[in-house]
Design a protein around this ligand. Structure first.
Ligand code: NAP
Ligand code: G4F
Length: 326
């Protein structure tokens, strides 16, 4: 039986990846932080049989201990401060967790692996945010990185550290450069979920309007369930490498609003949407558009959910949740 350790198991991707690995017969271990993490019960209910281990990416000793308990064949490092806006207010903790946490984990794996650098296969959750002020359209594995936020900078550090451990020690360490991926499990702080939740509440008469920041930025949005499959596929390759996962389509926040409001029968969303400078960013990533050709060719990665279906799925889920709360 294959064994996997997932950091960030309480997050959107951790839950989908946990489900995928359990369905493949893996023994799944998850790192969970904090002395009484409120998401523990939800994780145990969503992932029956998962084994949770206390630990924190900033605590090297806890990572070594987690490896000794889990004895994993594969480690997926999904844990991070992942909200870009938060990273400007909290750059040091973002650096410690999202950046330095990567080298803590890689170093723990290197020590745990002894004289066999390929004992554990490692996945790093890199991101399209690393492209920032994009130097090429579409962005691919070879595009120059130009991060625009403390989060992006911390992820670039983790990305290069992963490549460095691969090249220096011969570790099976791969990075997935994933473009935005969303789902009904997306955190409410991210723009897609903030919109679908508000649209549901407006439709049900529970809320009058929604305040947003920049409506003109464009993102390459896919479905998280499709992307975790790609993570797993990367670690099944004989050789480690870096891969972009993206849809190859880009849409503005305005287009997301169009589809979300249309889904509940509202054609003109202008009366419901306010712009609030509080949600504008000090430096914006204006356009993300990925080229997934390498992943499609080498991994055979495919995606099943298209953009309109993703938006409808998220709005329907929030309609269900908000109706039940009424
Ligand atoms: P998410 O929902 O925000 O989950 C983040 C996870 O990190 C949570 O489980 C969180 O645990 C954990 N975490 C935070 N601080 C930690 C620490 N000090 N030690 C250990 N774990 C910690 O993020 P996601 O959307 O699933 O994304 C997964 C990963 O992919 C992240 O690294 C993100 O940066 C990256 N990524 C995401 C996207 C995307 O579009 N979703 C795209 C590219 C890359 P708590 O619940 O305890 O806070
Ligand atoms: O949903 P967002 O917060 O996602 P962002 O910044 O693109 O980051 C997400 O995707 C990255 C991959 O590219 C991940 F690495 C990262 O962890 C995270 O999952 O914002 C998307 C866009 C931005 O341009 C933002 O300025 O939406 C714009 N926006 C406009 N109004 C807003 C709002 N974003 C948020 N969160 N809230 C608003 O009110």
């Amino acid at each position: 039986m294959q064994r996997a350790l997932i950091t960030g198991i309480t997050g959107q991707d951790g839950l989908y990846l946990g489900e995928l690995l359990l369905s493949k017969g893996y023994e799944v271990y998850g790192l969970i932080r904090g002395q009484n993490n409120p998401k523990r019960e939800m994780v145990e209910a969503t992932l029956p049989g998962v084994k949770l281990i206390q630990g924190d990416l900033t605590d090297f000793a806890s990572l070594l201990r987690a490896l000794e308990i889990a004895q994993p064949d594969e480690v997926y490092n999904l844990g991070a401060i992942s909200f870009v806006a938060y990273s400007w207010d909290n750059p040091l903790v973002t650096t410690d967790i999202t950046g330095k946490g990567v080298v803590n984990l890689l170093e723990a794996i290197r020590i745990y692996s002894g004289d066999d650098p390929r004992k554990v296969r490692y996945y790093q959750a890199s991101t399209s945010e690393m492209f920032g002020r994009v130097q090429e359209v579409p962005q691919r594995e070879t595009t120059l990185l130009w991060p625009r936020s403390p989060y992006g900078v911390a992820k670039v550090f983790g990305h290069y550290m992963t490549i460095n451990y691969r090249e220096s020690y011969g570790m099976h360490a791969s990075s997935g450069i994933l473009f935005n991926h969303e789902s009904p499990r997306r955190g409410y702080e991210f723009v897609t979920r903030k919109i679908t939740n508000a649209v549901a509440r407006i439709k049900l008469g529970l809320q009058d309007d929604i305040s947003l920041g920049n409506l003109d930025s464009k993102r390459d949005w896919g479905f998280a369930g499709d992307y975790v499959r790609g993570m797993w596929q990367m670690l099944q390759q004989p050789e480690p490498d870096d891969y972009v996962l993206a849809t190859g389509e880009t849409h503005s926040i305005r287009e997301f609003l169009d589809l979300a409001f249309k889904h509940v029968g509202i054609e003109d969303w202008a009366p419901y949407v306010k712009q609030d400078p509080r949600f504008m960013r000090p430096a914006e990533v204006d356009l993300l558009l990925g080229d997934p050709a390498k992943a499609e060719k080498k991994l055979g990665w495919t995606r099943e959910v298209e953009f309109p279906e993703l938006v409808s799925m998220m709005v329907d889920n929030d309609l269900r949740i908000q109706s039940a709360l009424r």
